[in-house]
Design a protein around this ligand. Sequence first.
Ligand code: 3NM
Length: 220
Amino acid sequence: MNQDQIRHYLQMYLVVGSVNCKASDPITIVKAALSGGVTLVQFREKGADALQGTELLRLALQIQALCRAEGVPFIINDDVDLALEIDADGVHIGQDDENAEAVRAKIGDRILGVSAHTVSEARFAMQQGADYLGIGPIYPTHSKDDAHEVQGTAILCELRENGIHVPLVGIGGITEERAAEVIKAGADGVAVISAITEAKDVHETVVRMKSKVGNTLRER
Ligand code: 3NM
């Protein structure tokens, strides 16, 4: 997949799992987010109450079907075997997960995203075959227990100033109000859990956040 296509998919990126969906069930939330125009969905089933086994598989397949119907890529956090089993569109891995080069060898030309926190991690991930990098946490987050130190938007500027021109998505504490500054700092899109899964009106929140991202990209 070429970088322009990846950049497009990163614009309004929903990360979701059952643990993050307290106000409503994950299917209802994903349907509303898709109708609002999310450009990519990452299934991230993590935490103490995370689903396992057949329940995990069933939810992944249900969300995948919703995404397919809308032509939105569906990628799996961490679980390469699950991604291959259900023929997902890609995988997102962190620095503590399996090595990116090994994952690339397993998933072929599916989308590969890697979380990076420094210029050197970013360079290495791209050499190993990442299609895009997830950069965070940009702001404080309550959605990831083992999140790194908050980086601010400065990390995005630093990556761009150091010649990292690959597709980047910011993550961590991003809200409708903060989306524009993340894009101004150099991200191609915003990856969001709680500002969408906990929104009073998921559809409208996605519509507004996506339009902020789009407008800011055009002005940049
Ligand atoms: N990864 P919210 S922060 C899944 O820094 C995840 O790599 C992060 O959730 C990173 O939008 C994060 O609710 C949680 O803050 C994002």
